[in-house]
Design a protein. Structure first.
Length: 406
């Protein structure tokens, strides 16, 4: 088997694995939530665009921040495994060609997100700068050029160990992105695009000719660790919908939560509740999920002035959190403690229902505080509605969902 066929096989297996998880994720609930989120988001965005006038600065500042964040994301899909640090070492020169192909493939896949970002944000350019449709192409070229330069910057640790030089390179890339995006949005769109595109094209040609980086040997340990972290991030995202056996869970002690956890445990003194209460707080899969969804929901509610839209968004995020906590029952069933000391299913389900209701009630309070910023006193209505939703969800939907899974 040649090196090229090996990585082609790995790429096929990689896509097959992702498609396998995608079939489980894209179910009726996901489609419902997705279209509801798109509908609410689209309506809110259209309402926002009606308030934007020619020459406004604030919308462009928001777009600049969005462009900066998304052009800073993305990694190279290396498809490396732990054993490669030994077996691919003699094939280092041959791997250079494979590395270039992997880089170009990763960059091509990231161009899709840049095209979508251009399409979504272009109305802001039209409203504030009175741009023509052809200039959307210039915006797209500027974004993918920054994306390419950012990708080149991320390759540096694959060839060099100088941390100080790496830090300077990252700071320089941050400065280039900031200056480019500022010029793109506030100075001259076309000239800025031409300059940054020329920089990207020249660097791409140099990269493909092997004049950038390839005079050095690959840092295999760094590359393999980077690929493992990238896959773990993908698994963490998938874990929000279904269980992923490949995910490496991080457990944190969190001593600061001992008192409230002990108080809750004493109030509800059952083994299942004690176990899942600590699971949900110390297991990063659950705690970070709740934190991320709550922050995103809070930010959206803080800028949403429509009462109906805010209410729908609040309930949507409560549903997302509640739905992802149902697998807590599997955590108990797979735990050796509960296999040695079995309990009835009704006791376990009761503990899951109680904890989900408590989490959704707490999240409702947080979301309501954010909603006050966008909707004023009317936003307080989200609190009782959220608590009622949490009660109905935990008492009726959770048992039904568990029975359906069984």
């Amino acid at each position: 088997m040649t090196l090229k066929s090996l990585f082609q096989k790995r790429y096929t297996l990689y896509l097959k694995n992702l498609l396998k998880y995608a079939r489980h994720i894209v179910n009726d609930h996901f489609v419902l939530v997705f279209f509801l989120l798109i509908g609410v988001g689209g309506y809110t965005y259209s309402q926002f665009l009606e308030t934007v006038t020619l020459g406004m600065v604030a919308p462009r500042c928001f777009v600049l921040l969005l462009f900066f964040m998304l052009t800073s994301t993305g990694n190279i899909t290396l498809l490396l495994e732990s054993a490669d640090r030994v077996f691919l070492l003699p094939k280092e020169r041959e791997f250079q060609k494979i590395f270039k192909q992997l880089t170009l493939r990763s960059f091509a896949s990231q161009m899709i997100s840049m095209a979508l970002l251009t399409f979504v944000t272009f109305p802001v350019f039209v409203a504030t700068l009175d741009t023509s449709p052809i200039e959307s192409l210039f915006i797209f070229l500027a974004l993918i050029s920054l994306k390419w330069l950012n990708l080149l910057t991320k390759m540096y640790p694959f060839f060099y160990n100088q941390k100080e030089d790496e830090r300077k390179l990252k700071l320089g890339m941050i400065g280039i992105k900031f200056l480019t995006l500022t010029s793109l949005l506030f100075v001259n769109l076309r000239i800025t695009t031409i300059i940054i595109t020329l920089m990207a094209v020249i660097s791409a040609v140099q990269f493909l000719k092997g004049k950038i980086y390839f005079k050095q040997f690959f840092k295999w340990e760094t590359m393999i660790e980077k690929e493992e972290r990238r896959m773990q991030k993908i698994y963490q995202l998938i874990q929000m919908f279904i269980d992923v056996p490949h995910l490496k869970t991080k457990i944190r002690r969190l001593k600061g939560l001992d008192k409230p956890l002990n108080w809750l445990s004493n109030r509800y003194p059952t083994a299942p509740y004690y176990y899942i209460l600590r699971t949900i707080t110390r297991n990063s899969e659950y705690s970070m999920l709740i934190l991320r969804v709550t922050i995103v929901g809070g930010i959206l509610l803080a800028v949403t002035e429509s009462f109906t839209t805010g209410m729908l968004l609040g309930l949507l995020f409560l549903y997302v959190i509640g739905f992802q906590l149902i697998p807590l029952l599997n955590e108990m069933n797979q735990s050796p403690q509960f296999q040695i000391y079995p309990l009835t299913m009704s006791v376990k389900v009761k503990a899951v229902k109680r904890l989900i209701f408590q989490v959704l009630s707490l999240v409702s309070i947080v979301l309501t505080l954010f909603a006050l910023n966008g909707q004023g006193v009317v936003g307080l209505m989200l609190l009782p509605v959220g608590i009622i939703f949490g009660f109905l969800f935990s008492q009726f939907y959770v048992p039904w969902r568990i029975e359906r899974i069984d």
